[in-house]
Write a protein that binds this ligand. Structure first.
Ligand code: IPD
Ligand code: CA
Ligand code: CA
Length: 261
């Protein structure tokens, strides 16, 4: 199957899951806690149930990796990577910043991905080698080349209250060196905002494949760059990510190197 055909289905799933999130947005949620501040809502599970159900129906032999379910391993070269609600804390508080992220890998490389924000009705999509789009319009990273003029984004992991590997030193360093920082609470949207030039740089320490699989393909196809925080090569199974428009990447890496405890 071609990547374009796959993308049509990927986007349909992200929009379908997003519709489920939009329908229940603002209503009181039943919240289950996976950790002190790590939560999952019923709507997470409803969105996931819809997306995984559609994938199983159409591609019963494909592998599945989705945040709220055990991984389904498969000998198939295809594997789906799903975050049915990225920005769960925002969603639970009625803060309007969350999305659905759906990606599909072929032989270990993500070939199509979609990140859908149901409130703004913004769909970020990409296929490997085919460019990145926002609601069908081509997107590209910003041209800002000076860290001091850059709008940066980051996030804090759910173990921030108990782990010493906590991002505070890096946060402080970028407050002092960048123009400003946003902490919006949806890593998948952060990567897409970087891809379309709203942000210029992003870093985070403890991400999961479902947070980054689709957003990173969108970013790469929009001309963005990704590495680990130490400049080594990043893939979605690494926890720490430094991503940028490319032009400020070395400046960000230098700030991280100096701030490292
Ligand atoms: C979280 C969000 C957040 C990031 C966390 C993620 P979730 O995903 O992407 O921005 O800082 O690391 O776990 O739990 O809302 O799907
Ligand atoms: Ca997530
Ligand atoms: Ca999630």
């Amino acid at each position: 199957m071609g990547n374009r055909e796959l993308l049509e289905f990927v986007e349909e799933l992200a929009r379908g899951g997003g519709g489920i999130l939009r329908k229940s947005y603002g209503r009181r949620q039943t919240i289950h806690f996976k950790g002190e501040i790590n939560l999952v809502t019923d709507v997470d599970r409803e969105s996931e149930g819809y997306i995984l159900g559609r994938i199983r129906e159409r591609f019963p032999d494909h592998g599945l990796l989705s945040e709220e379910s055990p991984e389904r391993r498969s000998p198939s070269p295809y594997r789906w990577i799903v975050d049915p609600l990225d920005g769960t804390t925002n969603y639970a508080h009625g803060y309007p910043c969350f999305c659905v992220s759906v990606a599909v890998e072929h032989e270990g490389a993500v070939v199509a991905g979609a990140v859908y924000d149901p409130l703004l009705d913004e769909s970020f999509t990409a296929t490997r080698g085919g460019g990145a789009f926002r609601n069908g319009e081509r997107i590209a990273v910003s041209k800002i080349a000076d860290l001091r003029k850059s709008l940066l984004a980051t996030g804090f992991a759910y173990d921030v209250k108990t782990s010493t590997d906590d991002n505070f030193d890096y946060f402080r360093a970028f407050v002092l060196t960048g123009q400003a920082i946003r902490r919006d609470g949806s890593a998948a949207l952060d990567l897409c905002y970087l891809a379309c030039g709203r942000f210029d740089g992003f870093w985070e320490l403890k991400l999961k494949p479902w947070d980054t699989a689709a957003g990173l393909l969108v970013l790469h196809e929009a001309g963005g760059v990704s590495t680990r925080l130490d400049g080594g090569s990043y893939d979605i199974h690494q926890p720490d990510l430094l991503a940028s428009n490319g032009l400020i990447h070395a400046q960000m890496a230098e700030v991280l190197r100096k701030a490292k405890k």
